[in-house]
Design a protein around this ligand. Sequence first.
Ligand SMILES: *[C@@H]1O[C@H](CO)[C@@H](O)[C@H](O)[C@H]1NC(C)=O
Ligand SMILES: *[C@@H]1O[C@H](CO)[C@@H](O)[C@H](O)[C@H]1NC(C)=O
Ligand SMILES: *[C@@H]1O[C@H](CO)[C@@H](O)[C@H](O)[C@H]1NC(C)=O
Ligand SMILES: *[C@@H]1O[C@H](CO)[C@@H](O)[C@H](O)[C@H]1NC(C)=O
Ligand SMILES: *[C@@H]1O[C@H](CO)[C@@H](O)[C@H](O)[C@H]1NC(C)=O
Ligand SMILES: *[C@@H]1O[C@H](CO)[C@@H](O)[C@H](O)[C@H]1NC(C)=O
Ligand SMILES: *[C@@H]1O[C@H](CO)[C@@H](O)[C@H](O)[C@H]1NC(C)=O
Ligand SMILES: *[C@@H]1O[C@H](CO)[C@@H](O)[C@H](O)[C@H]1NC(C)=O
Length: 246
Amino acid sequence: MRVNSVFISGFLLASVALAGRPRSLRLNLVERSANDSSDGIEYGNWAGAVLHQANGTFKAVTGTVTVPDVWGPTNSSATVAVGIDGDTCPNFAMVQVGVTATVTTNGTNYQAWYRWNPTDWVFVDIPICARNVITLTLGIFDATSGFAIIENASTGQSVKEQVQAGSSGYPLCQQNAEWLLEDIFLNNTQVPLSNFSMVTFTDAKAFGKDGKIYTPQGAIIDDVEQDGQVLTSVSVNGSSVSINHV
Ligand SMILES: *[C@@H]1O[C@H](CO)[C@@H](O)[C@H](O)[C@H]1NC(C)=O
Ligand SMILES: *[C@@H]1O[C@H](CO)[C@@H](O)[C@H](O)[C@H]1NC(C)=O
Ligand SMILES: *[C@@H]1O[C@H](CO)[C@@H](O)[C@H](O)[C@H]1NC(C)=O
Ligand SMILES: *[C@@H]1O[C@H](CO)[C@@H](O)[C@H](O)[C@H]1NC(C)=O
Ligand SMILES: *[C@@H]1O[C@H](CO)[C@@H](O)[C@H](O)[C@H]1NC(C)=O
Ligand SMILES: *[C@@H]1O[C@H](CO)[C@@H](O)[C@H](O)[C@H]1NC(C)=O
Ligand SMILES: *[C@@H]1O[C@H](CO)[C@@H](O)[C@H](O)[C@H]1NC(C)=O
Ligand SMILES: *[C@@H]1O[C@H](CO)[C@@H](O)[C@H](O)[C@H]1NC(C)=O
């Protein structure tokens, strides 16, 4: 596992100050660690559903989610994301698109982004608030390029971005597809997880290279664990994934 440093202050300031700035802004990425357990659940900083298929399978992943209300101590945060890889691909190759909610002294800040591990987060300048219904989509052209879409499901307005491994990103395996509530790492430290209103991904689907459509049914379940405490519970029903704070 690779863990790069990032300054939480930088993330927060960048998040707060984004309005009126250029569309994207780069910061270092941080990564997860997950441990399999005898109950079949992986514990780490992801909660949700992770599909596993043969190398080279997944061409796209999508899910519609209501951006949660979050609350908790200042600087706690919670992130919703969909992604390809990050679990079993060598080097933690991974691409994700999502929204991070951070509790600040000035209320909660919502920041959309995409990232290609281990290159930096790229912030996307789209206004997002609690209870917005958004569709997050990733499409993969090949092991080093693809696109990310953040769509306002209420209006159909969307932002589409090219995503690329670039010179330092690792090539994907296209063998995991995931729908997640994440507790991010900043500065090598798992940030305190905010409490959050139930997160449900609907129309959660992944698309295989042969046109096959996968749902999260049968996926591996992940729960967030911090300081030895399991903080989430996950249920999967057909093409829905629900994550609760416990
Ligand atoms: C992040 O790490 C740097 C150096 O490793 C340290 O100086 C800084 O205080 C840390 N920031 C936070 C918010 O922990
Ligand atoms: C929140 O993070 C900021 C920036 O790193 C830091 O200055 C502040 O002390 C933190 N507040 C709390 C309550 O941890
Ligand atoms: C995973 O297991 C290793 C070895 O038992 C342990 O050091 C590490 O803290 C565990 N990580 C998590 C996220 O539980
Ligand atoms: C909170 O918002 C006010 C008004 O926008 C701003 O002046 C202040 O710097 C902000 N404080 C923090 C800690 O971000
Ligand atoms: C989606 O559209 C609604 C209605 O116009 C708006 O209130 C909300 O801020 C938009 N959300 C995003 C993420 O663009
Ligand atoms: C999957 O394929 C990639 C090349 O696309 C390769 O680098 C990687 O090692 C393979 N992973 C596994 C687990 O076989
Ligand atoms: C999180 O919020 C839920 C719903 O309000 C509540 O049941 C739960 O006790 C809270 N958990 C923590 C650790 O505050
Ligand atoms: C699963 O989804 C089906 C169809 O949407 C619904 O009828 C059923 O009640 C759900 N089951 C659970 C346990 O939520």
